[in-house]
Design a protein around this ligand. Structure first.
Ligand code: ZN
Length: 322
């Protein structure tokens, strides 16, 4: 299962307690998938005596349809009807939701502050944003929009969150809703759609928190931690390179000390082990302490080498202060 559908599976089950939040989430779904049908209705089930257009929710996303059904039932106490219709020119059946009574549909639109705008008979738009005023309701609205038209890329591959909107107005509205939570999305036109998108990992984490996807958020954070660890391993490698540079600069100091001893005291006045190490260090300025120990006869350990080098450095210091 893709990361995106895992997030949706989690969010589709989330049902807000407060009526205002449910209205906001329902408004999001209706603003993307809601339609007013003016077609002649001749089926027996229709009780459309009022000659009002019927409210339909049209989407292939069954989970969203089910959530919409529940939201309408719980919020307005209206039973939506699942109805089937043949997909254009095929024998494949699609199911949609329809509010059987035009007046009931009207009540839902009034509650969600949605209406058909002149010139765009297919879309429902807000007549006022009163249902989006509270923080909790804006969260629900963003969640509803994500369920309808959102996707998140697999965080192991990269960070990308987007909402594909049919109009610029809807894309900008979502951008504004996100900005109220300090999430700064961009809007870009793509073919016939407008995309509201976010590309920053930490902002996507914030979005998951805003929508209430706590399980998906934890999964994303785990992936982010693993990525972070990989980066820190890289940093450590860089750090080891820095240590290597330190070793080299230490070696240069040692060489300087040994040259001083050679000039002022002569190696013949050193003890045999110190003289041997002094010669080795001069011949191999880039060798590590362990390598110097391996070359010594008899072989000595790293700490032995370190001890002798310190002695050489002390002798050099004494010579300097004489
Ligand atoms: Zn609310």
């Amino acid at each position: 299962m893709s990361y995106s559908s895992a997030v949706k599976d989690e969010l589709v089950l989330k049902m807000d307690e407060a009526r205002h939040c449910r209205i906001a989430e329902l408004a999001a779904i209706l603003s993307f998938f809601g339609r007013l049908s003016y077609e002649e209705q001749d089926e027996v089930t229709i009780i459309n005596k009022e000659k009002e257009p019927l409210l339909e929710i049209v989407t292939e996303n069954e989970a969203v349809l089910r959530k919409c059904f529940t939201l309408i039932k719980k919020t307005f106490n209206i039973e939506a009807e699942v109805y089937f219709r043949y997909k254009n020119g095929t024998d494949k059946v699609d199911d949609h939701l329809r509010i059987k009574s035009g007046l009931e549909g009207k009540r839902i639109l009034e509650g969600t502050k949605l209406a058909v705008k002149a010139g765009t008979p297919c879309f429902l738009d807000f007549t006022s944003r009163t249902v989006l005023q509270a923080d909790c309701c804006r969260r629900a609205f963003i969640r509803g929009a994500f369920l309808c038209v959102g996707s998140i890329s697999d965080p192991r591959k990269g960070y990308h969150f987007e909402l594909v909107c049919p109009t610029k107005e809807k894309a900008v509205l979502l951008q504004e809703m996100m900005a109220s939570f300090h999430i700064f999305a961009r809007v870009v036109a793509r073919k016939k759609s407008f995309i509201t998108y976010v590309k920053e990992g930490s902002q996507i984490v914030d979005l998951l928190a805003v929508m209430g996807a706590s399980v998906s958020l934890m999964n994303l954070e785990n992936i982010r931690i693993v990525k972070e660890m990989r980066n820190s391993v890289n940093r450590q490698v860089n750090c080891e390179t820095a240590n290597l540079n330190k070793t080299i600069s230490a070696s240069l100091n040692q060489v300087e000390d040994i040259r001083l001893i050679e000039a002022r005291l002569g190696f013949e006045n050193l003890s045999e082990p110190l003289a041997q190490l002094a010669v080795l260090r001069l011949s191999y300025p880039e060798a590590s302490l362990k390598e110097l120990g391996d070359m010594s006869k008899p072989q000595i350990g790293k700490s032995g080498v370190n001890h002798r080098l310190r002695k050489l450095s002390m002798i050099a210091d004494e010579l300097r202060h004489r």
